[in-house]
Design a binder for this molecule. Structure first.
Ligand SMILES: [Zn+2]
Length: 433
């Protein structure tokens, strides 16, 4: 029981020189002001472990205190507005490890608790505002972005028919110069496109050679940039892993994962972002995993027209079995200790910002992750692999990107559908659309 007359709270809360009348705990149910305020009496998943009952104090966009233990009558942060967390679970703002968009309207993700997104291709013209925003602690309804900038592909390769004009890895291009140019443009990570569209059209297109892949990954390492690969075939993933890629931002579904590929991932310390949501959308026109989430009355009223537009867009074909194969591959990697991070590929048909990360986490649990492992896959795990020091956990000094949900997603991941409140930089996010 979170609210009690125990002594733990008196010790821990008073240690911070704060005192809160119990009456205040029952007071405010609405979103609290930008700060200071306290979220009291919630179960806390801090990104790594579960605190069954605690209090989090927020001020000026940051978490200023985390107290473990039950709230004691007469003890608490004196005079602070209080958000009642009883019966609820507080989580770090979620991180979507694979999205597409750099536009100014990024409100869809935070309304579902996704406060940070990792974009996987962008025009460098957008990089300045994106960087300024993520350094700021001012209230904002927008997600924070990290971006790949232009990805590495070859003439006639993946993305070259998009209408965009961008630098390519020509046969004579020096990989070191290519990576240096991306870093100078403000790319946060280097994205390698290893895609021959075998799943989409069956007609193969050119891809980066093994020599180019090795050169690009080695150059990214020298520039201290994470390198990530879009690889939808096992042989391409094997090449990237053997060259020392930081992470795979899809998990292939063309084959059962081979033992040597698992070993390469383990030995290289690579993380894997499976994007099961994508495989679910490609595997079946019915896409039951997404349907069950977006028709849930706890979710449906909060979907914007833009989200519905993506979710209702048809692929027009299906590739039965890809979700099942990718899910078995997740299970093998997870059992071998390979870090799994959650990502959706939002910004393409069948997948929408924010809400689709809830689908991804449910699919990761179905693939064999425990609910707390799935929650770590969307918080502390990507934060550590991408080097984020201000987010991904609930701890003193970190950015106050927080999600409060009804129920206990550390036991039942579907509780994430029941978002009660979201804060970006300590300011409440409006969920209504
Ligand atoms: Zn993508």
């Amino acid at each position: 029981m979170c609210l009690s007359h125990g002594n733990i709270a008196r010790r821990s809360v008073l240690a911070a020189g704060l005192a809160l009348p119990l009456a205040a705990v029952t007071g405010t149910a609405e979103a609290a002001p930008a700060g200071p305020f306290a979220i009291v009496g919630a179960r806390i998943f801090d990104g790594r472990r579960v605190i069954e009952c605690g209090t989090v104090v927020v001020d000026a966009g940051r978490i200023v205190a985390v107290h473990e233990g039950a709230v004691h009558e007469g003890a608490g942060p004196r005079g602070l507005p209080v958000h009642d967390g009883r019966g609820k679970t507080l989580l770090p703002g979620l991180i979507d490890g694979h999205v597409h968009h750099t536009g100014p309207d990024r409100t869809d993700a935070p309304r579902f608790g996704v406060t940070t997104e990792l974009d996987m291709v962008s025009d460098p013209a957008a990089h300045g505002p994106i960087r300024r925003q993520r350094r700021s602690y001012a209230p904002t309804p927008l997600s924070d972005l990290w971006t790949a900038g232009w990805w590495a592909t070859v003439p006639g390769g993946w993305g070259t028919d998009s209408g965009l004009v961008f630098p390519l890895m020509e046969p004579g291009t020096d990989p070191a110069e290519f990576v240096a140019a991306r870093q100078a443009e403000g790319s946060d990570h280097l994205k390698l496109a290893l895609e021959d569209v075998h799943l989409i059209t069956g007609a193969r297109i050119p891809v980066l050679s093994e020599t180019q892949v090795r050169g690009l990954i080695a150059a990214a390492k020298r520039h201290r940039m994470p390198s990530v690969a879009h690889a939808t075939r096992q042989d391409m993933a094997r090449t990237a892993l053997s060259a020392g890629i930081t992470g795979l931002v899809h998990l292939f579904s063309d084959a059962e994962i081979a033992d040597d590929v698992v070993r390469l991932a383990v030995r290289g310390g690579a993380f894997v972002t499976p994007t099961l949501t994508l495989w679910s959308a490609l595997g079946s026109l019915q896409n039951p995993a997404t349907k069950s989430v977006i028709t849930d009355p706890r979710v449906a009223p909060f979907l914007s027209a833009k989200q519905r537009g993506f979710l209702d867009a048809p692929w027009g074909f299906e590739r039965p079995g890809v979700l099942e194969t990718a899910s078995r591959n997740v299970a093998k990697l997870h059992a071998a200790g390979v870090p799994i991070t959650a990502g959706t590929d939002s910004g393409i048909p069948g997948i929408a910002h924010g809400v689709s990360l809830l689908v991804e986490l449910e699919l990761l649990v179905r693939a064999g992750l425990a609910p707390v492992e799935a929650l770590a896959a969307a918080t502390s795990t990507p934060a550590s692999h991408y080097g984020f020091t201000d987010r991904g956990r609930i701890a003193r000094g970190l950015r106050a990107d927080l999600v409060l949900v009804d129920g206990d997603p550390t036991r039942d991941i579907t509780a994430l559908r029941d978002v009660s409140a979201v804060w970006r930089n300590g300011a409440p996010v409006t969920r209504a659309v």
